[in-house]
Design a protein around this ligand. Sequence first.
Ligand code: AMP
Ligand code: ZN
Length: 465
Amino acid sequence: MLKLYNTLTRNKQDFKPIGKTVTMYSCGPTVYSYAHIGNLRTYIFMDLIRRALRYEGYKIKGVINITDVGHLMADGDDGEDKMIKASREQQKTPLEIAEFYTHIFMEDLAKLNIKCPEIVAKATEHIDDMIQYVVALQKAGFAYETSDGIYFDIAKFSGYGKLSGANLDDQIAGARVEVNSEKRHPADFALWKKADPLHIMQWDSPWGKGYPGWHIECSVMSQKYLGKVFDIHSGGVDHIPIHHENEIAQNEALTGEQSVNYWLHGEFMLVDGGKMSKSLGNTYTIAQLEERGYSALDFRFFCLNANYRKKLNFTFAGLDAAKVSRERLLAQLAQHKASKVATPIDILDKYRTEFRDAVEDDINIPLALGVLFTALREPKSQDIYALALEFDKVLGLSLDKLPQPKKEKSISLPSEVEALVEARTEAKKNKDYATADSLRKQINDMGYNLLDTKEGVTVTPKAKE
Ligand code: AMP
Ligand code: ZN
């Protein structure tokens, strides 16, 4: 049975979906610039959850949002809108910016073998839904109006802080210098912001022209497509204390029910042991890795070697090692694929069970990869190759796309010699060693050396004298 670590309960729990189709929401990108490798680690994590669910036989209805209204510079409600900043700097309309980066994002997902969730929900296409949601929150007494917007009144929601374990006093201590004196509590957050006339993106609302807060987007779109209670919500750990806490507050204030059964969070990627940031110039994109000669799948493989709940330190030395190791993996697979030998069913089943156990144990992909590597050490066999393809449904490493195997000498053998080699292998399998020896002699007499190795038989022409 699949077990998942739930941030909400701080426990690994048996996964029991509400219905036959698993409902899952994943926080998506803000499309005002390229996704960096840290963001992409989190989307690889999303993909691994989805692949693990399918491996377990579930169907999935997944939603990912595209934040194309922009949101403010920090998690708070103040600062310059990122989309508008990009729009000014790149001299394009916000719509053009959003379309351009959404397209690149989808390309990155495809290169990384990340299957896009079934529903891609753009924030700008759900503005009316958001307005209705805010109106409903206001009617229910959870929101209040100030001169610059509509705010969620967190003091009215007793469950605030349950995901991160922070209490309201921590939130006050952690709040930055308060600039909005009309807020009732420093951690109250904007559901809707009133726009000044110069703001580029704004929509009509009961409170005049304005634009939605960021958190409301995810509450509205998740519930619209998945219902008021759904199975899984995924995202990066940075979203636990504010964004997801705020989503819970909005959802549960309105429905009175726990909205998400399993909260799953992927740990952060660091670069050279520290934080990634534009100012340090270490926020690499997939295109930049490709320019340096790595493929997106080298990066995916690099990520798969670390457990999703552990921080992962990105270095180019680490990526080099991943690249070499992936190439070796593919070369080994090519040899298995070329072999005609069979592997006993019980051995294959042992690996299948070990692999499934690893996946079911909170999606332990490094362990699952270890099972694959052990299996590859078995004598070369097509069955091991077929097994690797089964495992690849979870790993997503394109193991069916192998480089041309290096031509083994035996492949270019004359057909009579090849027939003798096959007959000898068969004789050995039947423990008929006398026949095997006599066949070896015939092969030798025809001018070939034959060597039994762990990897199988190699046949090479004798050096000419
Ligand atoms: P954002 O566009 O900032 O909302 O980020 C998109 C996704 O990437 C979110 O799920 C974040 O939690 C995640 N994320 C941001 N930075 C990192 C990082 N350094 N490592 C892993 N995930 C990250
Ligand atoms: Zn979100």
